[in-house]
Write a protein that binds this ligand. Structure first.
Ligand code: PLP
Length: 437
């Protein structure tokens, strides 16, 4: 079979997968080692046809896939591998561009600049900032903190709230920075009155914390940072996307005064993993932290941006193509409509919880994530979650709030509809009734 036949078969496979994904169990129902045991331990000596790969995809791999592109994937943050993104990734694989330097593919670098500018406009971020794409928010935050360290004149302390993402801890560990955590208020937001910025290099404020999606008071934090000359990094990995809607613009209020901001299009912006948008008003500090140009990478190109000088990796995938495709094929209105629908569905689910005796909403819900628990002990709630996830009907995850086990339902897949959320609620109620008290 030739490339076209294999390609058609693959496209067929993808199209039928997208149609039937909602009928598959969301969470892979396999034991550790079960998939590996079905695969040969050594590579083949003779070339195999691609059809053999597709066959094993169905017969061996699919049972071991947890379906992130499932409309009832409600764990962590629900995400969408959208159709324009799938096609753009296919093309990017064919081009196989490595955009380390402008000249190694001028279109990739320039499209990245355009897509980042479009995204900034969509979210209301300043138009004159530098923006580029990293693989993940973990890398974006690490890069921002490396720049803050570079600019910090020897200061080596970073401050974030108790609710900040563990990527801040990891970045500090890697960069040998000391991390101090500030307490949060009753709504899980950083308390700016507890900020002590003496000797501090950077503050990380979170817009949409991982557990509850709480939003730190960025304007007050920006005031404090400005007073002490401290780098402010805003981690808006999840909730930054909401700013595409005017009614949620408040979430990024004050971010325009930050030194750097990260938003993940691979979270709530319908773009394939991986795609993390890192913006900074201080590109020269970022560049100072990362530039390292050996002779073989030196070029005589004038007035160009070599984006590998602004982050940890030299090799850079053509990620802008999928972001550009998504922004074009959804349009501002399409993005807004889906974000609004996700928030509506989460609010509906929250209202059902509030009306039903025996259930408790455990945190305010600014966006599309609901934190809740059923009456009973932590162990009972953990058993409830395990039972729900074993059903294969939905997949939810958990966190701990004020020391208590809490279940999270995160709406974020473009295919999720009201019936899916209703099924989640029915599954939870059914499983709660079955968990022995
Ligand atoms: C607030 C926040 N920041 C950062 C991250 C890390 O994202 P990534 O997986 O892109 O590194 C997450 C992941 O959920 C997150 O919720």
């Amino acid at each position: 079979m030739g490339f076209r036949e294999d390609g058609e078969a693959t496209l067929d496979w993808v199209a039928s997968y997208l149609q039937r994904v909602r009928d598959l169990p969301v969470l892979a129902q396999v034991e550790p080692g079960q998939i590996r045991a079905q695969l040969p331990s050594s590579p083949p000596d003779r070339a195999e046809p691609f059809s053999a790969v597709l066959r094993d995809l169905d017969e061996v791999l699919l049972p071991g896939i947890t379906h992130w592109n499932h409309p009832r994937f409600f764990a962590y943050f629900g995400i969408t591998g959208s159709e324009p993104g799938i096609l753009a990734e296919f093309v990017a694989a064919a081009l196989n561009v490595q955009a380390m330097l402008w000249r190694t593919s001028p279109a990739a670098t320039e499209l990245e600049q355009v897509a980042m500018s479009w995204l900034a406009q969509l979210l209301g971020l300043p138009g004159d900032w530098h923006g580029h794409i990293e693989d993940t928010a973990s890398t974006s935050t690490m890069a921002a903190l490396a720049a803050a360290r570079q600019a910090g004149g020897g200061r080596r302390v970073v401050v974030c709230s108790e609710q900040a993402h563990s990527s801040v801890d990891k970045a500090c560990r890697l960069l040998e920075l000391e991390l101090r955590k500030v307490p949060v208020d009753e709504a899980f937001r950083m308390r700016p009155d507890k900020l002590d910025l003496e000797g501090v290099a950077a503050v990380v404020a979170t817009v949409g914390t991982t557990s509850t999606t709480s939003v730190d008071p960025v304007p007050a934090i920006a005031d404090a940072c400005a007073k002490e000359g401290v780098w402010l990094h805003v981690d808006a990995a999840y909730a930054g996307a909401a700013a595409a809607c005017p009614e949620f613009r408040w979430a990024l209020e004050g971010a325009e005064r930050a030194d750097s901001v990260v938003v993940n299009p691979h979270k709530w912006l319908f773009t394939q993993f991986d795609c993390s948008a890192l913006y900074t008003r201080r590109p020269e500090d970022l560049r100072a932290a990362f530039t390292l140009v050996p002779e073989y990478l030196r070029t005589s190109d004038q007035d160009v941006m070599n984006l590998s000088e602004y982050g940890p990796a030299l090799g850079r995938r053509f990620r802008a193509l999928k972001l550009w495709a998504v922004l074009r094929c959804y349009g501002r209105e399409g993005i807004q409509a889906r974000i609004r629908e996700h928030v509506r569905l989460a609010s509906l689910f929250e209202s059902w919880l509030r009306e039903e005796p025996g259930w408790e909403v455990c945190a305010p819900r600014p966006f599309s994530v609901v934190c809740f628990r059923h009456e009973g002990s932590d162990e009972e709630n953990e058993a409830l979650m395990a039972r729900v996830n074993a059903s294969g009907d939905i997949f939810v995850s958990h966190t701990k709030l004020n020391g208590r086990f809490v279940i999270r339902l995160a709406v974020g897949n473009a295919g999720t509809n009201e019936d899916d959320v209703r099924l989640a609620w029915e599954t939870l109620k059914r499983c709660a009734a079955a968990v022995p008290a």
